[in-house]
Design a protein around this ligand. Structure first.
Ligand code: ZN
Length: 265
C-alpha cells in the first residue's frame, strides 16, 4: 500500500507492508522532478502506477540496497540514474541476497547508474552530497542548504538500534553522523522513518547513544571480556528480526564492529 504526503514542495511516497510479525515502512521522495530511491520490487506495481502520473527527470539512489534500487530497471529508462561510484559495480551485479531479504523486499535486476559524488542540481535546488558510509559503503546523504533539508537514506532509521546487519559498522556510522552534523539543517527525510521535522535532534540522539554504546563495549573489552559476554550484558533480549534474518541482523555485530575498529587489547 502507498500513501503520499507533502512537505513544502516534497512528496513523501510511503510504502507499507507486513511479513510475519514484522511491519516495514519504506519512503521514496520526489522533489523538483528528482526521484530519490526507487523502492523495493515488492511494491513495484504500486510504485510504477503512482509514478506514471508524476514527472521525474533524474533518479538518485542513496545506496545500492534492494529496498532502494529494487525498481531501477523498470522505471523510465530515458532518465539518468545516479549513485556513489562505489555503488555502480554493486548495482551491475545480481545481488546475492539472503533468503529472508529476497522474501521481504524482493530482489533487484542489475542496472548501470552513473557516478555522482559532490553535487546534484535540479531546476530550483542544489543538493550537496555527503558520503556517509557505515550502513553501506556507497551511502550518500543529500543536503539542501538553503532549505535546511537533509535526505539521510538509511543513516538514521532509528535513534537507539539494538541490533545491526553483519555488513554495517558502528564506528563508521558514528563518523558519518558526526560529518552530517557539521552542516546546518533541521528537517530530515529518512527512508524508513519518514519526515522528521526535528531531525537534527534525532540524529544527535542517535550519535549520543552510539557513542555511549561504543564506550561501554570498549571498556568491557579492555577489561578482558569476550565479545559474546559483552553482547549478553549490553543486549540481553532478542528481536524477532534477529531470528527471521538467521542473525544476519544481530546485536553481535554492534559489538564486533566496535571491537574490530577500536579494540586495543
Ligand atoms: Zn539499506
Amino acid at each position: 500500500m502507498l500513501t503520499v504526503t507533502e512537505f513544502e514542495s516534497i512528496k513523501a511516497i510511503k510504502g507499507t507492508f507486513k511479513l510475519g510479525g514484522v511491519r516495514m515502512n519504506v519512503y521514496l521522495y520526489l522533489v523538483d522532478e528528482l526521484l530519490i530511491d526507487s523502492g523495493p520490487k515488492r511494491l513495484q506495481k504500486e510504485i510504477l502506477n503512482y509514478l506514471s502520473q508524476e514527472t521525474y527527470n533524474q533518479i538518485f539512489f542513496t545506496h545500492h540496497h534492494e529496498d532502494h534500487t529494487g525498481n531501477a530497471s523498470v522505471l523510465n529508462t530515458n532518465v539518468p540514474t545516479y549513485i556513489h561510484p562505489i555503488g555502480i559495480q554493486l548495482c551491475e551485479q545480481k545481488p546475492h541476497l539472503p533468503f529472508y531479504r529476497r522474501v521481504f523486499w524482493g530482489s533487484r535486476k542489475p542496472f548501470t547508474p552513473a557516478p555522482i559524488e559532490r553535487q546534484l542540481q535540479t531546476k530550483h535546488h542544489t543538493f550537496e552530497l555527503i558520503h556517509t558510509p557505515g550502513h553501506a559503503p556507497d551511502h550518500l546523504a543529500l543536503l539542501e542548504k538553503e532549505k535546511g533539508w537533509l535526505f539521510t537514506g538509511d543513516l538514521y532509521v532509528m535513534s537507539h538500534p539494538k541490533s545491526i546487519f553483519a555488513f554495517e559498522s558502528i564506528p563508521d556510522v558514528i563518523k558519518s553522523l558526526e560529518k552530517v552534523l557539521t552542516y546546518d539543517f533541521d528537517t530530515v527525510f529518512c527512508s524508513h522513518a519518514g519526515i522528521l521535522p526535528n531531525g537534527r535532534r534525532r540524529l544527535e540522539e542517535k550519535l549520543h547513544y552510539l557513542r555511549s554504546v561504543q564506550d561501554q563495549v570498549l571498556k568491557k573489552y579492555n577489561d578482558g571480556k569476550p565479545a559474546s559476554l559483552i553482547q549478553k550484558e549490553l543486549f540481553p533480549s532478542k528481536h524477532i528480526l534477529n531470528y527471521f534474518s538467521l542473525f544476519e541482523n544481530s546485536s553481535k555485530h554492534i559489538v564486533t564492529s566496535i571491537i574490530n575498529k577500536g579494540g586495543s587489547r
